[in-house]
Design a protein around this ligand. Structure first.
Ligand SMILES: *Cc1c(COP(=O)(O)O)cnc(C)c1O
Length: 386
């Protein structure tokens, strides 16, 4: 394979008119199927509020929200007012909950765009003139009020807005070896009971992200659940004495990069910044048109791998800003202009399917899969498929 370089294949062209160097394919059909799987798992016992914050974990908030709305989702959850406004401007008409607090300058936009705020402090209750959800810090130690039940009852009773929802968030929902979730549920129930006694029962009670849904922890659901990760097709593994998951979903995102060049190196050659990798024997390498500026974790340097022509190809040397080098010594059929898979699956000539998902990448990179997905940068083009 030495000698003249193979000619480049035709590459994909993005909307901007340029060849695609790195792109993600989002299957909206898979998002919809995942939503239906969540609906089957909650079996009518709770309504579903898919979480589409952070650009739907980089899957594309507007497109994902439209797909979920078409599937019948009554609510969507975002982090901030700007994300909520963007969904309204994209034509989304479901209820929208703004979860991660708002700053005073955004108060008017909440009303103007019919977004429902979460209030995290009793001092803000008198300022709410419309429906709001109140967040209780039951032990997460992040946003939410830690006030006593009677203080909460008093504040809610005297506010001019309506407390439509009461919510909390679990710190360790995936860990069955700690009593933290049980304790959080107990605190939440105490406050809920005090509100009921005072005749202030909220219409919605919610505390569960993906984990308690995926593992069927019914007592944690309330009557509304807030799944994010599982809508995108992932269920994390639990710690401790957990039951088997009851939810089966599929990753909706596939991440690809184009091969810019393929070449042969002699034994002893160094690869990339710092000469981090040394070729022990003659080697064939491919240079990919994506690097850490696209979201490939730098920690994958000399450790991660991609799928090239249905086989695992290790990342060699440092992941650099715009380029990543892989070892394709055992993959002679890969040529410039071909695409490799960073996240997703390929079936090879021997008809076996090779898969890499965000959880494997996270494990290798010493991070969490959420961060890998959210880290796919804006430079990476997006294609929506069925
Ligand atoms: C992000 C978030 C969720 C969704 O969490 P997943 O683990 O992705 O399902 C739910 N509730 C709150 C408050 C969140 O911040």
């Amino acid at each position: 394979m030495t000698g003249s370089a193979p000619s480049r294949r035709e590459s994909l062209i993005s909307d901007s008119g340029f060849a695609m160097r790195s792109w993600v394919e989002i299957s909206l059909g898979t998002i919809r199927a995942n939503y239906r799987a969540v609906r089957a798992a909650v079996n009518g016992e709770a309504e579903i509020m898919p979480v589409v914050k952070a650009d739907a974990y980089r899957h594309g908030a507007a497109e994902v929200s439209r797909a979920l709305e078409a599937e019948g989702a009554p609510w969507l959850a975002v982090s901030n007012v700007e994300e909520g406004v963007a969904l309204r401007q994209a034509g989304i008409r479901t209820r929208i909950l703004v979860m991660a607090d708002f700053l005073p300058a955004d108060r008017d936009a909440l009303r103007e765009f019919a977004l429902t705020p979460v209030i995290h402090s009793l001092a803000d209750v008198p300022l709410a003139s419309e429906d709001y959800h109140l967040k209780i810090d039951t032990g997460m130690g992040r946003l939410g009020t830690r006030a006593a039940p009677d203080e909460i009852v008093r504040a809610v009773a005297s506010g001019s807005g309506r407390m439509e929802g009461l919510m909390t968030h679990f710190a360790s929902a995936g860990n069955y070896a700690t009593p933290q979730t049980t304790e959080q549920i107990a605190r939440f129930e105490t406050i809920l009971a005090a509100l009921h006694t005072a005749g202030l029962a909220p219409r919605y009670v919610h505390s569960s992200a993906s984990f308690p849904v995926a593992y069927g922890r019914r007592e944690a659901w309330g009557n509304l659940v807030r799944p994010g990760y599982s809508i995108y097709g992932y269920v994390s593994s639990a710690r401790g004495p957990a039951p088997a998951p009851v939810l089966s979903v599929k990753p909706a995102l596939t991440w690809k990069a184009a091969v810019l060049a393929v070449k042969e190196l002699e034994a002893g050659s160094l690869i990339g910044y710092g000469g981090m990798h040394r070729a022990e024997k003659p080697m064939r390498i491919a240079i990919l048109a994506a690097g850490y500026a696209d979201g490939i974790p730098h920690r994958l340097s000399n450790r991660g791998s991609v799928i090239a022509k249905g086989t695992i190809a290790p990342i060699v040397g440092a992941v650099s800003m715009d380029l990543t080098t892989i070892d394709v010594t055992t993959c002679p059929e890969l040529n410039p202009g071909d695409a490799v898979t960073l996240i997703g699956s390929e079936t090879n000539a021997a008809r076996s399917t090779v898969r890499i998902d965000a959880e494997q990448i996270a494990k290798t990179a010493g991070t969490i899969a959420y961060s890998v997905l959210c880290g796919i940068s804006a430079r990476v083009k997006r294609i929506f498929v069925d």
